[in-house]
Design a protein around this ligand. Structure first.
Ligand SMILES: C[S@@+](CC[C@H](N)C(=O)[O-])C[C@H]1O[C@@H](n2cnc3c(N)ncnc32)[C@H](O)[C@@H]1O
Length: 415
């Protein structure tokens, strides 16, 4: 049952380029599964996607013909279990996989799958002869264009560290909601430990933060540590009028509200109504009271508010997401061409932010990507266009530094 579901999710990922967490949740809601089955499915799906290029590389010498997506994904998924899940004996992987193939595709396919798996499991592979960047690409399963881009922007050693870090499991991290409790109170439960990077962060050593009582009561919210630095960088005050241009699902909006102690006022925008619903859910759970949410396009806000309306503006822009590949490995297989579209949107958002910011006010521009064209270069362009915008602080967090998401953030001030 669990292998069948894992395979269906992988096929959906391959066909629709869908987000893994959404597809997994949809399947978990549809079937009555035990915790153990859910964990197995999650591990196999994420592991297979995370390591897909390496698995394809291992499989390639044993596949002498083109195979359909069904067979390919079934082979890759089984190979993942063989390579990276020591607790499952090979005979169990082969038996279960062959049964699955027999049920769905018949004896011929089952025999084919059996033969390929046996050959592959018995042979070894090596990466030593690959040129350096290709080696990183295969070893860490990042497309070569991406490895080349990181190499150009960060250099070889840093690229190696970044790509390897994306294979590791990041901290389960939450942010305390000081509107309802304190970090000290939460730390009395040994499942919570103080985070290293964010002053509001807590690591969780239990299984699922969302099923912990502290989450249900609104005492914490799930938020990566790097992302928790963004609202603090903007440093909103209780008397401020704040604009949050891209707010869903609301992690930073609710953090801003918390830092303002539910005072002042925040106008929070997102392009999509269904995403604003998520922000509303967070607002209610965390008992936030100073946020007005709006469905709207923040590249057009110049026409909504008079110039110089806001004291502080957060522009947590849509981006290529190339800092969060440990949590969302599917992103690394997206087309690189989508990045250019993002860059144009980011530019428009910043222009609107400039227009709406009071003199002496601050903008924080942030992204969860490590692509410098969306980060440092974007800000350089912005400052060239608007020379009264001064950079006060700029920070890039790389994923290997704190086992957190890769993030960029920049604090700017209008003179
Ligand atoms: C990086 S996410 C924001 C994350 C959010 N700040 C948080 O901390 O939870 C970027 C968001 O921008 C939204 N977005 C994209 N284009 C937009 C636009 N033109 N105007 C407003 N929101 C937009 C997306 O729907 C997405 O929810």
């Amino acid at each position: 049952m669990e292998r069948q579901i894992a395979l269906e999710i992988l096929l959906k990922f391959k066909q629709d380029k869908s987000y893994l967490n959404l597809t997994i949740n949809a399947y978990f809601n549809r079937y009555d599964l035990t915790r153990q089955q859910k964990d197995f499915i999650t591990r196999v799906v994420y592991g297979t996607v995370q390591n897909m290029l390496l698995l394809e590389y291992i499989l390639k010498p044993h596949l002498h013909m083109r195979v359909k997506t069904y067979e390919k994904m079934l082979l890759l998924m089984s190979l993942y279990q063989h390579e990276m899940m020591d607790s499952i004996p090979d005979y169990a992987i082969i038996n279960e996989t062959v049964e699955l193939a027999k049920k769905k595709k018949g004896m011929k396919t089952a025999r084919f799958i059996h033969a390929i798996l046996q050959k592959t499991f018995q042979s070894s592979y090596q990466l030593d002869d690959l040129p350096p960047l290709e080696r990183i690409s295969i070893e860490t399963s990042h497309p070569l264009w991406l490895v080349k881009m990181f190499d150009k922007q960060y250099g070889y050693e840093e690229t190696k560290r970044i790509c390897h870090a994306f294979l590791e499991v990041p901290h389960h991290c939450a942010r305390v909601n000081t509107l309802l409790t304190s970090k000290e109170a939460l730390l009395k439960d040994s499942k919570w430990q103080e985070a290293k990077l964010s002053p509001d962060g807590l690591y969780y050593s239990g299984h699922h933060i969302a099923s912990n009582e502290a989450f249900i009561k609104g005492y914490v919210t799930i938020q990566d540590e790097s992302s928790q630095l963004v609202a603090r960088l903007l440093n909103p005050q209780a008397s401020d009028y704040v604009l949050d241009m891209c707010c869903a699902p609301g992690s930073k909006t609710t953090h801003l509200a918390m830092l303002m102690n539910n005072q002042g006022s925040i106008e929070a925008y997102d392009l999509y109504a269904h995403k604003i619903d998520l922000v509303q859910q967070q607002i209610q759970r965390l008992k936030v009271k100073n946020v007005h949410t709006h469905v709207g396009d923040s590249t057009l806000l110049k026409d909504v508010y008079p110039s110089e309306s806001f004291d502080k503006i957060l522009c947590d822009a849509p981006c290529s997401g190339l800092g969060v590949l440990a949590r969302k490995p599917e992103i690394k297989y997206h087309e690189s061409s989508a990045m250019d579209e993002m860059i144009a949107i980011q530019e428009k958002l910043l222009e609107n932010a400039y227009f709406l910011l009071k003199k002496g006010g601050n903008i924080v521009y942030s992204t969860c990507t490590l692509n410098k064209k969306e980060n440092e270069k974007q800000i350089e362009k912005f400052m060239t266009k608007y020379p009264d915008m001064k950079k006060r602080k700029e920070l890039t967090i790389l994923p290997y530094q704190y086992h957190s998401d890769g993030f960029y953030m920049c604090l700017l001030e209008k003179e």
